[in-house]
Structure formats: C-alpha cells, structure tokens
Write a protein that binds this ligand. Sequence first.
Ligand SMILES: NC(=O)c1ccc[n+]([C@@H]2O[C@H](COP(=O)([O-])OP(=O)(O)OC[C@H]3O[C@@H](n4cnc5c(N)ncnc54)[C@H](O)[C@@H]3O)[C@@H](O)[C@H]2O)c1
Ligand SMILES: [Zn+2]
Length: 261
Amino acid sequence: MPENSNLDAAAEILAGSDRVTVLTGAGISTDSGIPDFRGPQGVWTTNPGAAAMFDLDTYMSDAEVRREVWQMRRAHPAWTAEANDAHRACTELDRAGRLRALITQNVDGLHQAAGTDPEHVIEVHGTVLWVVCMACGLRTRAPEVLARLDDDPDPRCLECGGIQKSDTISFGQQLKPEVLDAAVEATRDCDVFLAVGTSLAVHPVAGLCDLAVERGASLIIVNAEPTPYDAAADVVLDDPIAQVVPALVEAVPGVKGAGAG
Ligand SMILES: NC(=O)c1ccc[n+]([C@@H]2O[C@H](COP(=O)([O-])OP(=O)(O)OC[C@H]3O[C@@H](n4cnc5c(N)ncnc54)[C@H](O)[C@@H]3O)[C@@H](O)[C@H]2O)c1
Ligand SMILES: [Zn+2]
C-alpha cells in the first residue's frame, strides 16, 4: 500500500476496538469475479432491464421470467468464485475475537467460504446457495434444484408443487425481521462500524450507518465511489478493497502477523 494518512487513522481506530461490526456489499466480491450492481461495471449499470427480473411480483406471476432467472442462477459467478484477501481479512478479525458481527448484503457465501464463523455472518439479503419454496417454506440446497433445470425449466417444490425461488430478497420483498433485528443489535452493540464495498444506497441496511453513529461508534467507510454517508464517517478510504481491508486488519492486536501486540 502507498503511504496514506487516512489508512493510518482508520487502522488506529480499528486497533483500539474490541467489537467491530463489519457491513459488506458487492464491492468486496468484485475481486473474486462477481460484478457489483451499481459500480461502473455493475449489473444494473450495464443492463438496467435486469432489475425488473428480480421483482417479486413479476417473478411469482410470470413463468417465462422464472425460467430466465433460473438460467441466470445456474450461470451465477458464485458457483466458481473464490474468496479474496478482503474476505480473509474479515476472518482474521473474527479469529482475533474482535468481530461483533459481519453483516453482508452479498448473497455469494464467500465470507463463510473464507472461514468466518457462520454464526457471526448475518446475510440480510439472503443467499443464492439455497432455494426456498414460496408456498411451504421448504429450503433445498441450490445445486439440487439447478440440476433439475434441463428437464424442468421452472422447477417446483418436490413437497408441495409450489413456486421456488433463490433464498434471496427480491425487489418488493421484505427483509426477514429476525435477520434485520440481528443486524440492528450488532450495530447498536459495536464500537466501530466498518462499511466495505457498498454504495449504501439500499435501505434499510444503509441506515445502519446512522444507528452506529447515533450510538457513538466510529464509522469507517471503504468504497471506491462516494456514498451518502461519507460526511458522517470518521474516515473514508477509496483505495482498492483487497488492499485496504487486509492492511487495516493487520494493525489489530491479536491478528496473525500484527505488529501491535
Ligand atoms: N457478491 C454478491 O453477492 C452481490 C453482487 C451484486 C449485487 N449484490 C446485491 O446488490 C445489492 C447492492 O448493494 P451493494 O451496496 O452491495 O452494491 P453496489 O453495487 O450498490 O455498490 C458496490 C460499491 O462497491 C464499490 N467497489 C466495487 N469494487 C470495489 C473495489 N475493488 N474496491 C473499492 N470499491 C469497490 C463500487 O464503487 C460501488 O460503490 C445488495 O442488495 C446485494 O444483495 C450482491
Ligand atoms: Zn413447497
């Protein structure tokens, strides 16, 4: 990393914290080959029509849309993606006992793949690794459902025949209250709130930054583009995530290879 006084300031804040809540967005996984939504190469930026496919009412009422979405799910980069240094740095923070929780808007499962304790990961927008029946709630591992697609392009629930969907939060779908509650709790209860790779444009998750600041936590934002919360942050870092996050975490006492004790 080049010399960067903001980085030093953020590292000092992080090193003094023993309850860090990290919020991640699509930007932490772009280096793993998963495009974000709103960055320059983002899915919505390059193909604005794609957003309509992920509207809940459209999905439930239109079998043609479901068939297309299932094909997109089968082609999802998450099936071959590997965690990167930023995901691994979050795991180091967890192993050092400093991670209060890792709230992620990502649906790719890469934090768990990197070894972060699954009990510390709060997936506010769900996961593509599981499929849920919209009628009876049965959850099935996604590969089992995707394996049926060649014979059955809109695969129904094997228990009840209901419409199935990736266990992700679609547009027009409420977040799961217990999951949102856990995210709010982890935000109220942290001393540093570290937002990484998120445009902080999607509510209610973005509002967690306000809550963290109200509760007296320091706010550190790592994101290439400006966010609506930059003015509220103690430090903003716009360098590449896969460099910044490991550099920050290395400064934390108890982290493998950390100089500070
Ligand atoms: N990996 C995934 O699981 C994935 C991928 C795309 C979208 N999503 C979904 O998209 C929604 C989008 O919200 P969001 O805020 O997470 O994503 P977003 O696309 O709105 O914002 C991502 C931000 O990350 C920044 N960024 C990207 N790569 C970076 C890098 N290497 N270094 C520094 N900054 C970088 C971009 O500038 C952008 O501002 C979420 O609801 C999430 O569920 C998930
Ligand atoms: Zn069912």
